[in-house]
Ligand binder design. Structure first.
Ligand SMILES: Nc1ncnc2c1ncn2[C@@H]1O[C@H](COP(=O)(O)OP(=O)(O)OP(=O)(O)O)[C@@H](O)[C@H]1O
Ligand SMILES: [Mg+2]
Length: 509
């Protein structure tokens, strides 16, 4: 007789159904695990053996075969321990197979039989709910699993608790849905930044319309400081976004306290990050920083210090909103709908525009340094802003009047206006647009065509500044956001003028 337990494997954030089959036959005592397990899964034999021993159960001295089907899908991760143990226990007739067949199980076992947290519980729970199954997971992952609708969740601290539940001696209580900690109160405030009014305005526009931003300025002018204050003015994730973002973090094992994220992610990888770390993939395919920043901000500080090939790899995801990673046997797609925020110095020493401190190699040194960023990447950035050095006089001023809460409320109002407008213009079958930065083609023409004076200004500037077609459209998107911040129904000349002022030419032009 073969006993079976359902579990899952992950391909990107997609969930694949896996069947764990256990057969116990007479013969030389053996414990074999087949079905393309990776190293961590292969080692699960030892953990399962020890966990059962801790319960006072020895493996039967027979030929035990565990098969993970389908056999051609690579099984990665440590979450196969629990389904293997459960399938063994049903084969040994300790647990009722009939009842367990209603569940999908995942979890890692410690040697003493405790269940430890694993990656991917949230997508597994959502998948179980879609197929009408229940879910068995470790207690520490229960808060995450409970967010899936209409699914019976058994989250147990130990294997013994699970056995007792099925025997009816100690019934498990269903877990409560949990939220990840950290409110906006803990975030740094914009009021700490002295002066830099242009940069603050650019930050507000960036937040309001979901645009990409580049800050350029000498060392110590507050670029990193400003970027760190962006999460504090962004609106929280909507319910569907929160689920989507949390799924990606769950697959990466980053929902450490087992709660749903509600704040927009802000990822700031170091410039030594490799291409797989940024875009995804690698030995064990994992979402990259760009996907972990989905629906939030990817902040690249010291932009020219990133490897050129790494930056170029961002070009395609920036346009399509997803990262496609090719693996040996499959293509894995991760969502990557992000806002790119970058900061850089104008040259290697950083004081290009400062005559007193500038080096003797200016302006060549600045051109060389800025040319590390390719034209196409520059072109994808809607807002370029200079962050000049702060004057000592500014630093001694009292804190700025406007704090993050004030700016956040203006951003929220502008986002609300966008959401309402795009909800009315929704086109069947297309990716829903919620911010101006994502409006394309006919939709953009419809919502962002400026008045006659604005159109004249834009046409003239486009030829004088040699704007690319993309650059032209990006100016329109920023102008639309400026109109939304003003509460205007139409885009006017002054919005176009301000949007154009944020468009900087690529270096070398
Ligand atoms: N506008 C400002 N108002 C108040 N403090 C500031 C301002 N600009 C810089 N500072 C102070 O200087 C420190 C360094 O600023 P920050 O790290 O943001 O500089 P940066 O522009 O990122 O420099 P670098 O190009 O060297 O990375 C801040 O932690 C803060 O204490
Ligand atoms: Mg910095």
């Amino acid at each position: 007789m073969v006993s079976r337990i359902r579990t899952v494997a992950f391909q990107g954030i997609e969930v694949l159904d896996i069947d764990v089959q256990v057969q116990i036959l007479g013969g030389v005592p053996q414990f074999n695990l087949v079905g393309l397990p990776d190293k961590a899964v292969g080692e699960s034999r030892e953990r399962v053996r020890s966990a059962l021993y801790a319960l006072g159960l020895a493996l039967p001295p027979k030929r035990i075969t565990v098969n993970l089907a389908p056999a051609d899908v690579l099984k990665e991760g440590s979450h196969f321990d629990l389904p293997i143990a459960l399938a063994l226990l049903t084969a040994m007739e300790v647990l009722p197979g009939e009842e367990l067949s209603r569940f999908v199980a995942l979890g890692e076992l410690a040697l003493d039989g405790a269940l430890t947290q694993v990656a991917g519980v949230l997508p597994a729970a959502v998948n179980a709910s879609a197929h009408g199954y229940g879910l068995i997971c470790p207690a520490s992952s229960g808060g995450e699993a409970a967010w899936a609708a209409n699914v019976e969740i058994l989250s147990a601290p130990t294997l013994l608790a699970l056995i007792n539940h099925f025997k009816g001696t100690q019934v498990l209580t269903p877990p409560e849905p949990k939220l990840a900690g950290g409110g906006s109160a803990a975030m740094p405030d914009l009021a700490d930044v002295k002066g830099q009014e242009t940069a603050k305005r650019a930050l507000e526009i960036t937040a309001a319309g979901g645009h990409n931003l580049l800050m350029l300025g000498p060392p110590g002018s507050g670029k990193s400081m400003l970027a760190a204050r962006l999460p504090g003015i962004l609106p929280p994730l909507s319910a569907t976004e929160a689920l989507e973002v949390s799924m990606i973090h769950s697959v990466s094992g980053l929902l450490t306290d087992g709660g749903l994220l509600r704040q927009r992610p802000f990822r700031d990888p170091h410039h030594s990050a490799s291409l797989p770390a940024l875009v995804g993939g690698g030995m064990r395919a994992r979402p990259g920083e760009i996907s972990l920043a989905h629906k939030g901000v990817l902040f690249l500080d010291e932009l020219p210090e990133f490897a050129r090939s790494t930056l170029e790899a961002l070009r395609q995801p920036l346009e399509s909103g997803r990262a496609v990673v090719a693996r040996a046997n499959a293509h894995v797609t991760y969502p990557a709908d992000i806002q790119l925020v970058a900061a850089m110095n104008p040259c290697k020493c950083g004081y290009l525009s400062d005559l007193a401190m500038g080096c003797g190699r200016a302006p060549k040194c600045g051109q060389d340094y800025q040319a590390r960023i390719s034209g196409p990447l520059f072109d994808r950035i809607d807002i370029h802003v200079e962050v000049p050095a702060v004057q000592a006089a500014d630093l001694s001023l009292p804190p700025a009047r406007e704090d993050s809460a004030t700016v956040r409320s203006r951003v929220a109002a502008a986002r609300q206006a966008q959401a309402e407008r795009y909800a009315g213009l929704k086109i069947e079958g297309e990716r829903p647009v919620v911010v101006n930065a994502r409006a394309e083609g006919a939709l953009l023409d419809k919502v962002a065509t400026p008045d006659a004076a604005g159109q004249a200004l834009l046409s003239e500037a486009a030829s004088r500044m040699q704007l690319t077609a993309r650059g032209y459209h990006r100016v329109l998107k920023v102008a639309r956001t400026l109109a939304d911040l003003d509460g205007d129904a139409g885009v006017r000349r002054l919005h176009v003028a301000e949007a154009l002022s944020y468009r900087r030419l690529a270096p070398g032009r």
